[in-house]
Design a protein. Structure first.
Lengths: 191, 191
DNA sequence: ATTTTTAGTTACACATGTGTCACTTTGGAT
DNA sequence: ATCCAAAGTGACACATGTGTAACTAAAAAT
């Protein structure tokens, strides 16, 4: 029943991603989003009560996809290979880090709906970090990683490094190759 | 002659820094700034034609200070010590990276005044990178750094890593210690 | 064909931010 | 004491964004 939709949720989230990365939370407007989708603003408000709900739903979807991808690392692989595949995945989802930063800025204004979605997000957040922490722990006990490095700093380091702005337009593969090298071995040569 | 000022340029830039880091370009408003300084918005407009001019002036000032600090690295020091002092300085000015990112978002709207200030900024930007590139080059020729690592990626890596969010509230010195370790040697132990 | 259901639009009221201008305040110079 | 120059304020016009409600459009069910 009913008329055909002019835009899919998929399109909507795709545009949302593009815009939120470009402009940040405060700069993001439903107006821009509507223009990109060739619909009126009100059409979007048919599906989301407000901007914040839309953004949170988008983030949850983004998180779901990332989570699915991250949870499929074979447990048996040797440490260095696991690290490699994981870094590759983090590299593919490099925007996630930026997106999750935005989540902290969204005001809930005491609305239970929004508060619930935020809680959901931070739960998934922890879920996402679990395999990473686990891997770091493995690395430490197998002697690959210095014991005294704090886990959260280490993870922060990885996420932060992964999103080095590729301003010079290097091709993605090369960028990943060098980034990985830097994360694993730092800037100094292993003498 | 004339009445005493209620706020100094120093205070103004201090508040500007705080706000721009918190809220980003789009979120930053003259209203917030005025409130923080206990003056009316109009008082601020006495000194700056508009928001963008204020922000650019702030950035130029910030850049000047950083530049002064960076240019005072003794040339004779051995490589590793130079790296250490430089990292320390970058760590102290870790906000600069974020601030410079904002500069790219400021619209000049064809105003020659703003365009001029922007050009000034990007000149200083290059000036700032010069000693860094120089150091990296030295490191490469002295065999400390892998030759094939692209310079800009390497610098991006350093700036990016320096601004790992210290969410767990580690004390600054410790945070710097571990961050340095990660930048220099990566996450893997040197076997 | 006409009714129902869902999608979308136009127009509105409201809120917040910008930049300006006529005005007041205040302190030193005369 | 009064004049004047710099500092600050309140109020306004304008622009942009939010969220809503009454409406129209179109596709499927009857």
């Amino acid at each position: 029943m009913g008329r055909d939709r002019k835009f899919s949720t998929f399109d909507l989230f795709l545009c949302t991603k593009k815009l939120i990365i470009q402009t940040g939370y405060e700069g993001f407007t439903i107006g821009q989003l509507a223009t990109q989708l060739n619909v009126s603003r009100a059409a979007i408000y048919k599906y989301y009560q407000n901007k914040d709900e839309l953004l949170l739903d988008f983030m949850i979807e983004e998180m779901k996809n990332t989570l699915k991808s991250f949870s499929s690392i074979p447990e048996e692989l040797p440490f260095l290979e696991k690290v490699n595949t994981l870094l590759q995945k983090i590299f593919m989802y490099k925007d996630l880090h930026l997106i999750l930063g935005i989540q902290e800025v969204i005001p809930t204004k005491g609305a239970p709906l929004l508060e619930g979605k935020k809680r959901h997000l931070s739960l998934m957040h922890r879920e996402l970090y679990k395999p990473l922490i686990h891997l770091v722990q493995q690395g430490k006990s197998e002697g690959y990683i210095e014991m005294d490095l704090p886990n959260d700093l280490l993870l922060g380091f990885i996420f932060q490094s992964i999103s080095i702005p590729n301003h010079s337009g290097m091709d993605t593969e090369k960028a990943f190759f060098y980034t990985k090298k830097l994360i694993l071995n730092g800037i100094l040569k292993n003498k």
